[in-house]
Design a binder for this molecule. Structure first.
Ligand code: PHE
Length: 341
């Protein structure tokens, strides 16, 4: 029995230092201290073979070795635990001096940039912003704008009808009616928003954005419109840019005009952008047709007004030299990156 004890002690002493994980150490401990298979409990069980007079003494020795072995393992466990913690800490260490991953920051879409600039310019001139609705009825989109059913001008815009009466607005001119119905002159409002037309090519999209302007007061003339447009075009396209008016037709304005700006790329000499003419068409406008004023309960003898409507995409394309409107809707980041400030 003493020989066995000596062997057990030697085995523990030589083996215990080599374990580096709690699991392995636990397996090693089981060999000696496990109640069922451990060598030390086996010694206890072997006591029955010891002559009775020697039992108390041997019992003491066996208990001592058990106590000793437990202390050994306790110390070894503490060592292994510390080692494991150190390894874990090392593997999870964060190098705070490492350069950070690049965070890409978004930018504004060219439509948003231009719409923002337009709103700033007109708000600066005292225009109130009035956002309309995208689903309209026939009355606001056409009839009130002096375009009754069967009027040939309805063909100017291919309309998406939702039902007999409801449609996706084809123009922000609907905002004119809402403004005149909800407020009394003097009126000075700008209505930005989405419009829809069944039209699709390099310069047209079924959905695009417009800005509508309306001024109604006593004694408003075409000169007021022209003066405001000259100020506006210098602000949006640059100093020295001025406008010219060409006769046109819209059912809700009389007279109606097409507004050109002098080419901001060549200063009017003629270039690729203005197709050699020195002028670029940017918007439609005119003096509010008296029928439209009357439809909204405004006395056309007392009041007059001007209105204008422009396409946001068209201005963005001109300003940034974009030749296909689809580039504005494709969400290609290589395109979008170019407008980052
Ligand atoms: N609503 C017209 C269009 O979409 C533009 C316009 C607005 C013309 C106001 C005159 C006055 O083409």
């Amino acid at each position: 029995m003493e020989e066995k004890i000596r062997q057990i002690k030697a085995e523990i002493e030589s083996g215990i230092g080599q374990y580096e994980t709690g699991e392995a150490l636990y397996e090693f401990r089981k060999k000696f201290l496990d109640n069922k298979e451990g060598k030390i409990p086996a010694l206890m069980k072997g006591m029955k073979d010891v002559p009775p007079e020697k039992r108390p003494e041997m019992g003491k020795v066996v208990n001592e070795v058990k106590g000793w072995a437990m202390a050994q393992f306790e110390a070894a466990e503490a060592r292994v635990k510390a080692l494991e913690l150190q390894k874990k800490n090392e593997s999870e260490r964060v190098d705070v001096t490492m350069p950070a991953k690049g965070q890409s920051v978004g930018g504004l879409h060219p439509n948003t940039i231009v719409a923002g600039e337009l709103i700033d310019i007109f708000a600066g001139m005292g225009f109130e912003i009035l956002e309309g609705r995208e689903i309209e009825n026939d009355y606001y989109n056409f009839t009130a704008l002096n375009t009754p059913k069967d009027h040939p001008a309805r063909d100017m815009q291919d309309t998406f009808y939702l039902s007999e009466d409801f449609l996706l607005r084809t123009q922000t001119s609907t905002g004119q009616i809402h403004a005149m119905e909800s407020g009394k002159p003097p009126i000075k409002m700008l209505s930005p928003g989405k419009v829809f037309r069944s039209d699709d090519d390099a310069t047209h999209s079924p959905m695009f954005h417009q800005m509508e302007g309306l001024v109604v007061d006593k004694g408003i003339t075409l000169c007021d419109l022209k003066g405001m447009l000259d100020t506006f075009s210098e602000k949006i396209f640059g100093e020295g840019v001025h406008t010219r008016l060409r006769p046109s037709y819209f059912p809700f304005t009389e007279p109606s005009v097409e507004v050109d700006v002098s080419c901001f790329a060549c200063g009017g000499k003629g270039c690729k952008l203005c197709k050699g003419t020195g002028w670029i068409e940017v918007l439609g406008a005119g003096i509010v047709n008296r029928h439209v004023l009357e439809n909204c309960g405004i006395d056309s003898e007392e009041y007059s007004g001007f209105a204008f409507g422009m396409g946001v995409e068209r201005i963005a394309m001109l300003k940034y030299g974009i030749n296909n409107i689809k580039a504005l809707y494709e969400s290609d980041t290589r395109f979008a990156e170019q407008f980052k400030k």
